[in-house]
Design a protein around this ligand. Structure first.
Ligand code: SF4
Length: 447
């Protein structure tokens, strides 16, 4: 991203107030006769979700070229994530230029996009398994835990940080998924009960959208009854990719709302964390879904992932931030992409993250401006992108500490190699040079 791009926002002042509300799905040959009523129904969306590339072909007919179909087939041999996409997002993809469409990039992998993983990548980049005292739970920060009660989602994102467990196995990854299995949930509640320092529980996975109303209540009530639990957050990408559920699944919304009311009665927070990464995901449907949650008094915050070709341009990030603010979603975090397999093409440099943060700050109110963070490989937790100890931009190596989370430990994050100079790219080819460069960067951090 050049300085020029940062200085010259191309979006119009009030562009964020435009919400798409046309019958956009009708441009998909297979959905041409679907009525607005059908498209609005969450059961219709679920039933017609796309899970195979042959379905893509069938729905698009002549609108999909043979080259693109072959590219998708090739992608299936490499991708760590299965395909699952709602008709809503599928129809929002620009099928005139699918290769470059930010929505297609996030959910429908193609073979030509993949590049080799960074040599320092890790399947469990955030060391969630290492910090797991009981199955389905990560306990890293003293007062907060991450509870993963399920491994399924309404869509599967190609950039998923938990590709090691989410969705089913693919040709390239064998996974131990557990669906929405209640087997260990009571053990998780017991662990939390036994650890009075814990105040905050993130319920993620997987996606809370795929918990049924009974499970939403079961988890919420059990957690809220623990005296030291003060905050719970249901994490779901659902609002971004499947707003119809909020609008028509009264049982699910009713369950969230009940848990929220119970929380209020106890003086505790129950909020939703969602996951819009592109402003193209936001339509009139998103606004209507948020109107419903807002009228229930439920706070929603957003966590986006910084991705090349999706949101790494300042106009796209500003539009995303402003649109979220307008529909009462607080833009909370933008993450540097984790160093997980099959995602090198999505990753950007730390410099890009820092530049983007500078550009976005000031374009809307401070409380609606996301914090750009790097979730440190190896389990250091989230750190502000500018808070590195040392950054060797030439070789793409940043050095970090997390004094409270892991005292004394040194963490490293790496820029994608294909973004470095040809000389630096060459250095990364040698295992020995790699070690020297990393050791040198850590030494220069002077810790
Ligand atoms: S919704 Fe979240 S957990 Fe599910 S595939 Fe996407 S990023 Fe992964």
């Amino acid at each position: 991203m050049s300085k020029d791009e940062i200085d010259h926002l191309k979006i119009k002042d009030l562009e964020h107030r435009n919400f798409r509300n046309d019958d956009f799905w009708k441009s998909i040959p297979g959905f041409a006769s679907v009525t607005r009523g059908e498209f609005s129904d969450h059961m219709w969306q679920l039933k017609n979700s796309i899970r195979k590339i042959d379905q893509v072909k069938k729905l698009l007919g002549d609108r999909m070229s043979k080259e693109f179909y072959d590219d998708m087939v090739a992608g299936q041999h490499i991708t760590p994530m299965n395909i699952r996409i709602t008709p809503y997002v599928f129809s929002l993809i620009d099928w005139n230029d699918p290769l470059n469409c930010p929505l297609r990039k996030q959910f429908l992998p193609v073979g030509s996009q993949f590049i080799p993983d960074h040599p320092m990548h890790m399947a469990d980049s955030l060391s969630e398994d290492e910090d797991s005292p009981v199955p389905m739970l990560t306990h890293r920060y003293p007062d907060k835990v991450l509870f993963l009660p399920l491994t399924i989602c309404p869509v599967y994102c190609s950039y998923c940080t938990r590709s090691r467990i989410i969705g089913g196995s693919t040709e390239s990854v064998e996974k131990e998924t557990y669906g929405a299995n209640q087997k260990y949930w009571d053990d998780v509640f017991e662990y939390i009960r036994q650890h009075p320092k814990i105040e905050d529980v993130v319920i993620s996975g997987g996606d809370s959208y795929m918990l049924n109303a009974k499970q939403i209540r079961y988890i919420g009530e059990n957690l809220l009854k623990i005296p030291h639990i003060q905050r719970i957050r249901y994490a779901t990408k659902g609002i971004a990719i499947f707003p119809q559920k909020i609008l028509t699944d009264d049982e699910w919304v009713g369950a969230i709302s009940e848990v929220h009311k119970l929380g209020r009665a106890f003086g505790k927070q129950v909020v939703i964390h969602t996951h819009f990464s592109s402003h193209l995901e936001i339509t009139k449907w998103s606004q209507m879904a948020m109107d419903r949650l807002f009228s229930e008094g439920i706070i929603v915050r957003n966590q986006a992932v910084l991705q090349e070709g999706v949101n790494n341009h300042v106009d796209d990030m500003v539009l995303l931030t402003r649109k979220l603010g307008l529909i009462n979603i607080q833009p909370y975090y933008v993450y540097m992409h984790d160093m997980v397999p099959g995602c090198e093409h999505f990753r950007t440099t730390l410099s890009d993250g820092i530049r983007l943060e500078k550009a976005v700050r000031g374009t809307t109110a401070g409380f609606n401006t996301p914090t750009f963070v790097c979730d440190l490989p190896g389990g250091g937790g989230k750190r502000n992108v500018s808070s590195y100890e040392y950054y060797d931009k030439e070789n793409g190596i940043s050095v970090w500490t997390a004094p409270y989370v892991k005292p004394g430990k040194v963490f490293t994050y790496f820029d994608p190699i294909h973004k470095l100079s040809p000389e630096a790219q060459k250095r990364w080819l040698s295992e020995n040079d790699r070690k020297i460069m990393i050791d040198e960067a850590i030494k220069k951090a002077n810790l």
